[in-house]
Every structure is written in C-alpha cells, then in structure tokens.
Design a protein around this ligand. Structure first.
Ligand SMILES: NC(=O)c1ccc[n+]([C@@H]2O[C@H](COP(=O)([O-])OP(=O)(O)OC[C@H]3O[C@@H](n4cnc5c(N)ncnc54)[C@H](O)[C@@H]3O)[C@@H](O)[C@H]2O)c1
Ligand SMILES: O=C(O)C[C@H](O)C(=O)O
Length: 310
C-alpha cells in the first residue's frame, strides 16, 4: 500500500515516521516544495529502519508529483501553521490556494486515491478540496476529530488519574478553539460514565482545556503541535489501509446528517478501505444539538471566504 504525504514539515514528517515505524504502508512518498527538504526527511526516517525494525520504503521528492502515482491515500499537510496568538482561521488566505492546487495535482497521478486533509482551517480546507476536485464525499476526509479526541482523553486521564487507554471519548464539531464539542456526557472510564468520578466543574475544565489544546501547545512551542497530529493522521490512515472500520470523528461532507447540509464538519464516522463508510448518528441532547448548530454556523461563515478560490 502506498501513501503520499504532501508537506514534509513538522506534521507531514512525523506522520511519515509513525506510518513507517508501525508498518502501516509499504511505501511512503513525502513531497515538499522546499528543494531537498523532503528528500532529507525521508532519508533520515529511512535510517531509523534497521534500529527500529521496519521495512517501509520512504521516498522524498521536491514537487515531483509523478513519484506519487498510484497512491492509495494522500495526506495534505502543506501550508503554514499558526503562531502564538493566532487562530487557525487566520491561515485561510495562504492555505486555501495551496490546498486547492495540491489536491488537483495529486489527482492527476492518483485518480482513485482517498484524500486526508490536515492543513488549517481544516474543515474549510476539506470543503475546498471536495469542491475543487469533485471527488465523491467518501474519499475526502478532514483530520481533526481524531486529534481533538486524543487530547480530550489525555485531559480526562490526567483529571481521573487513570490510564489513558481505559478512557473513551469523542470530540465532534469544527476543529476550532471555539467550535469543537467534547462530548463529556458520553465519555467513559472503562464503560462507566466519567461524571461518576469527576465534578461538573472538573469536567468543564477538561472540556475547556481540550478546546484550546492546539492553542496551548502553539503558545508553548512557538508553532503548532506535530507529534499528536502526526500520530492522529497515521491512526486514520491505518483504519483506511487496513480496513479497520474504526469509529473516528472526522470532518466529512454532510447532506442532512446532524441537521446540516453542504458543509464539512466533524462527526463520528466508520473509516475503512472505502474512506468514509458510514456517518454514525449519535443521539445528541438539546444542549449538544445547539452547540453543533452554532459550530456549523461558524464553519459555514468561514467557508464563505472561499468564494475567490472556488
Ligand atoms: N488538522 C489538524 O489537526 C492539524 C494539526 C496540526 C497542524 N495542522 C496544520 O497542518 C499544516 C502544517 O503544519 P506543520 O506544523 O507541519 O507546518 P510546517 O511549516 O512544519 O510544514 C508545512 C510544509 O508545507 C510545505 N509546503 C508549503 N506549500 C507547499 C506546496 N504548495 N506543496 C508542497 N509543500 C508545501 C512547506 O514547505 C513546509 O515544509 C498547518 O496548516 C497546520 O495548521 C493541522
Ligand atoms: O493548533 C493548531 O493550529 C494546529 C492544529 O490544528 C492542532 O490542533 O494542533
């Protein structure tokens, strides 16, 4: 199985590293516009193989899309990340043009591929990739919910002082500081609702920390995060390539689901070899429905800024 990752920066290279290390694909192509950069990252990752024990071939190329031909999955991480104090939405001016041209270029060589969009503002970039390529909606997947849910589970595990792998939880809605919706009511510690162990105040703090999870790291690091984002993309790619049919919150095109139309936004999906194989209809309570509608309204407002590229 072949995966191309466009953008060999922090997130793209980390994603390539995790995919190789875990043997998720037999070949990974890293592509970047910076001369020699992807080649260097690929070589560095390949030189881990004998000491960590993987056999994935990692190839780096400078803007040569012919080397990406026949990719089963293409991950788009190209674009600029935010700096401390910025929102993801402020990146749209530069990233929209990049995501549009990259998604068109990859399809020339991999017409049957599934595209995973990572560049921010991710929900709007996913919508842009879908509209620009005209691909069927099951083949365009925005990655954000897998990361936000991982952060949610981390903060729950810290608040509960329990192992993170005993915690279940999902974040739906937009991938933005104010638009994501951590589903605290449905989160569990080995099947037991976390509300049995945490006060409303503690749960509210977990939700608030999750929502600004990316901003917190951006402030600490001076640029946005990459280890958990790269691992989250690899987790999603694994479910596609190995047809795992995991339920993962992803930004996907809605046509009536969750009361929304003509928008890409995070909802729980079954992810397998066909990409988005099902949108899972989780019964939300009135408060959650209201938050989802507000989140969708904010994402829709952002999508209006695409009128000059679409
Ligand atoms: N969806 C998420 O959960 C999530 C998580 C983390 C980061 N992000 C986003 O991912 C993007 C990348 O973040 P990063 O930290 O890796 O940034 P980075 O600056 O480290 O890497 C981006 C890379 O893209 C390359 N690039 C730019 N234009 C290109 C083009 N036209 N073709 C090929 N490559 C091109 C750059 O040369 C650079 O190497 C940002 O927009 C960031 O906001 C999203
Ligand atoms: O926070 C960011 O800007 C990057 C990414 O969306 C994240 O959540 O880490």
């Amino acid at each position: 199985m072949k995966v191309t990752i466009v953008g060999a920066g922090n997130v793209g290279a980390t994603c390539a590293d995790v995919i190789a290390y875990r043997g998720i694909a037999s070949e990974v192509v890293l592509l970047d516009i910076k001369e020699g950069f992807a080649e260097g990252k690929a070589l560095d990752i390949m030189q881990c193989a004998s000491n960590t024990g993987f056999n994935t071939r990692v190839v780096g190329v400078t803007n040569d899309y012919s080397k990406t031909a026949g990719s089963d999955v293409v991950v788009i991480t190209s674009g600029i990340p935010r700096k401390p104090g910025m929102t993801r939405e402020e990146l749209i001016g530069i990233n929209a043009g990049i995501v549009k041209s990259v998604s068109e270029s990859v399809l020339q060589y991999s017409p049957n591929t599934i595209i995973v969009v990572v560049s921010n503002p991710m929900d709007t970039m996913t919508y842009l990739a879908l509209k620009a390529t005209g691909l069927p909606k099951n083949r365009i997947i925005g990655m954000g919910g897998a990361l936000d849910s991982a952060r949610f589970k981390t903060y729950l595990s810290l608040a509960l002082d329990k192992p993170v792998n005993d915690i279940k939880g999902m974040v739906i809605g937009g991938h933005g500081d104010t638009t994501m919706i951590p589903l605290t009511r449905l989160a569990s510690y080995n099947g037991v609702p976390v509300s049995q162990f945490l006060t409303d105040e503690a749960l509210g703090q977990v939700a608030a920390d999750t929502m600004v999870g990316g901003a917190t790291l951006t402030k600490l690091l001076g640029t946005s995060a990459w280890y958990a984002p790269g691992a989250s993309v690899a987790y999603l790619v694994d479910s596609i390539l190995n047809d795992q049919k995991k339920m993962i919150p992803c930004s996907v095109f809605l046509e009536g689901e969750y009361g929304q139309d003509d928008i890409c936004i995070g909802v729980p999906c079954i992810i397998g070899k066909n990409g988005v194989e099902q949108i899972v209809d989780v019964e939300l309570n009135d408060g959650e429905k209201e938050l989802f509608a507000k989140s969708a309204a904010a994402v829709r407002t952002m999508n209006e800024a695409l009128s000059n590229v679409l």
